[in-house]
Design a protein around this ligand. Structure first.
Ligand SMILES: CC(C)(COP(=O)(O)OP(=O)(O)OC[C@H]1O[C@@H](n2cnc3c(N)ncnc32)[C@H](O)[C@@H]1OP(=O)(O)O)[C@@H](O)C(=O)NCCC(=O)NCCS
Length: 182
């Protein structure tokens, strides 16, 4: 059966699902929260602050049909320079099945439709799946930024800085459904 990936504005019920996904140790390592109870709490704190309207940020709910399967965060939405940094998390059971690729394409297209011109995606350098996924969507590696992030498990690590700019968007498969109601 094919995927039916859509993006929407998050609801309270959707947020409850995201907290549960961050019970997963591997997911918390890949997203830099670390391990154990502290990681679970830190993820919930960050997600809540964005859901409640943290400035220059936005949270996007990702669904496969009627099932919540992930979320994207737009960080540092820079209106003057028309740019933002995208973070993407797909729940553990739905990973490596093509959901991330479709979701990143949808979220990117949504950002361009809002008038943004430059999107960055910066996974940890060891996160080969995230890099492959973004490349498949059309993102290009601009740099490997040395010791650009600190994580509880691995200390300082390098990031792969990847970008997609508006003139490159024609390479994306086009989707039209932006976030509407939850
Ligand atoms: C990273 C993440 C968003 C990717 O989403 P996904 O749904 O799992 O990825 P997809 O199935 O759409 O695509 C994965 C791609 O990586 C490739 N891949 C998978 N594992 C890989 C590996 N170990 N090395 C290289 N490529 C790999 C797949 O073959 C596929 O590429 P292809 O279609 O060109 O063959 C998701 O796995 C996730 O949420 N991980 C935890 C959080 C995270 O790491 N977020 C990113 C940090 S900002």
């Amino acid at each position: 059966m094919g995927l039916m990936i859509t993006i929407k504005a998050p609801s309270e019920a959707f947020m409850a699902a995201t907290y549960a996904w961050h019970e997963d140790e591997e997911l918390n390592k890949q997203t830099g929260f670390g391990t154990g109870e502290t990681a679970v709490k830190a993820a919930k704190l960050l997600l809540n602050s964005i859901f409640e309207g943290r400035p220059d940020s936005a949270l996007i709910a990702i669904w496969d049909g009627k099932e919540p399967v992930g979320y994207a965060v737009l960080e540092n939405i820079d209106v003057r320079n028309r740019s933002t940094k995208i973070h993407l998390t797909i729940k553990p059971e739905s990973q490596n099945k093509g959901v991330g690729k479709q979701a990143l394409a949808l979220v990117s297209d949504y950002c361009f439709e809002q008038g943004l011109m430059r999107l960055t995606f910066s996974p940890f350098s060891f996160n080969k799946r995230a890099v492959a996924m973004a490349k498949a969507v059309g993102y290009k590696v601009e740099a490997r930024t040395k010791m650009a992030a600190w994580t509880p498990n691995n200390g300082f690590i390098d990031l792969m800085q990847m970008r997609l700019v508006s003139p490159e968007r024609s390479k994306l498969k086009r989707y039209t459904n932006g976030p509407n109601s939850s």
